[in-house]
Design a protein around this ligand. Sequence first.
Ligand SMILES: *Cc1c(COP(=O)(O)O)cnc(C)c1O
Length: 461
Amino acid sequence: MSNFPYSAKYKINSVLPEKGTPREVVINELLEMAKEEDAFWETGKCSGTMYCGDHDHYAYLQQAFGLFAHVNALQRDMCPSATKFEAEIIAMALSLFHGEEVAGTKPAGLVTSGGTGSIAHAMLSYRELAKNERGIEHPKVIKPETAHPAFDKACHLFGIELLRAPVDPVTTQVDLDWVIEHIDKNTVALVGSACNYGYGTIDPISELSDIALDRGIGLHVDGCLGGFILPFGEMLGYDIPPFDFRVEGVTTISADTHKYGYAFKGTSVLLFRDMKLRNSQYFYLTDWSGGKYCSPGMDGSRSAGLLAATWASMVHLGKEGYLKYAKMIFETAKEMIGAVRSHAELRIIGNPTFLFSFTSDEFDIYHINDFMKLKGWRFNGQQYPNALHMAVTRPQTQPGVAAEFASDLTEAIEYAKSKKDIVPMSSAVYGGVAGGMTSEADEFIKMFMAEMMDGFQAIPD
Ligand SMILES: *Cc1c(COP(=O)(O)O)cnc(C)c1O
């Protein structure tokens, strides 16, 4: 598929148009694009990304967003509502993660722009507090290899050395001895995921917690993906070990409201066991000629609309709503995992939850991807080993989707067996982009980014 399917259909704006375009014309164009693109995932055949997929819920969120979209959440004297939204989002999330069990410190939170934002703020907080309290100038963090690249990005940006601990290839569980051996006087925090993006497996949080407590360092739990679904899975009786503030060594938790919180893209929460840790990353400039400046996190101006919509999602759904959807998702995941397990040629990796990953010891699993793609499925591709993952979301819970997955998969296996000796067409790139990742990976990535960002320049004449 071309990255520029619209280049022939609509006018290309390579300069600001001299005269404005009427609103209805613009809106019609947007409607056409949105409708076409929504049709792709509405089938339920697309892994992750459309966590909610409920157009009624979206319309409701749009109403909430629209009322405050133009408001700057930084200017609280003008919008005390934003203070209410933000404080309540944090309080509701804290209660979900058992903030009431915290003793001796005051729990706190931040609403950020997304999972990467929450992880980045956590890493910055650990760096700043360690510098202020322990004089650490060269901070280190240890993550299991399976933890999200946002940790690598944050550590890169903030000058933190990140160590990647190996994981067991069968269980995906982190090598705890390796973690223990690599902690030194500069280590400020460990990381665990509940669950990780690749395999949907949960790291041994209570073991990591024991290590962190023993060594007097932090433990960040990345619940970006699982944060708003695993607690409900636990309430439903699924086997989900505690990963939240009930585990004493857990010092921060990230959880994305823009994933299973069913809010709009652009919000996530970061929760702290100790308010002191959050406050360590505040930025203020009190002697600026433009006035006294302070902001709670890395962002400057933020839309109060996103806070309103996130708050509206949580308040409207309540525990009852989240439980209802979690039940449907866990049941669908179980059915799909069962379909994978019914084939001896396939192997589920580790002990997954609502997201599962599978590979094959008999053929390259990307043959399965090639076939399933033709049937409209979009999985996320993994490597080392090659694997495919499916994050089950609400669109998959529609009637018939899991059954179609099972029957398409059966056909895909015959296809894969017949192609055993040739190289599959698709390969693994985060974000579902198909392409050859070879030694020219650097050049390929640059070209791909250019196509995303500099589209009009790349459009052939
Ligand atoms: C999505 C995700 C992130 C990063 O979140 P963004 O919202 O994409 O910035 C981090 N960790 C996990 C486990 C995720 O699934």
